[in-house]
Design a protein around this ligand. Sequence first.
Ligand code: THU
Length: 160
Amino acid sequence: MKKITIESTFEVHDTIGELATPIQNLIQKASEARKKAYAPYSKFLVGAALELENGEIIAGNNQENASYPSGLCAERTAIYYAGAKFPNQKILRMAIVAGSTLNPTIKPIPPCGACRQALSEYEVKQNRPMELYFMGTSGQIAYSKSVENILPWIFDKTVL
Ligand code: THU
């Protein structure tokens, strides 16, 4: 028997002002996208903005549906659009801003499991880490150096 230990390390920033200006801008884009989310059922609005190697920024938000499972998270809305429009561009980083309209969301909101799996597909495809910044509608900002850091030992194309 042997034990395998996998460590994840995050940075937590107390204010946006601690971050470099391009990162602040990306978070701002995610925040703007969040405000246009279609989340009439959960009232939990999420915006995601990603930056491509060519400097392009793609933003998306969650899109809900009366048939609940037919809705889609913000992260996947954004990354699938990027994949469709710029299939050969590497994704440098993604910012995610999430929060309820019913009560304040002041802690960092990490991507759900399904989104981690979807994001990891692109990280593996591009063979380069995708940085993640995530936060509530205010408060601390968490940083992960890669998707793998929040979804270790993934199911990816190498197992097929
Ligand atoms: N949601 C996202 O957009 N991203 C996540 O990573 C987690 C959840 C959305 C889905 C749904 O519209 C609402 O948040 C509540 O779950």
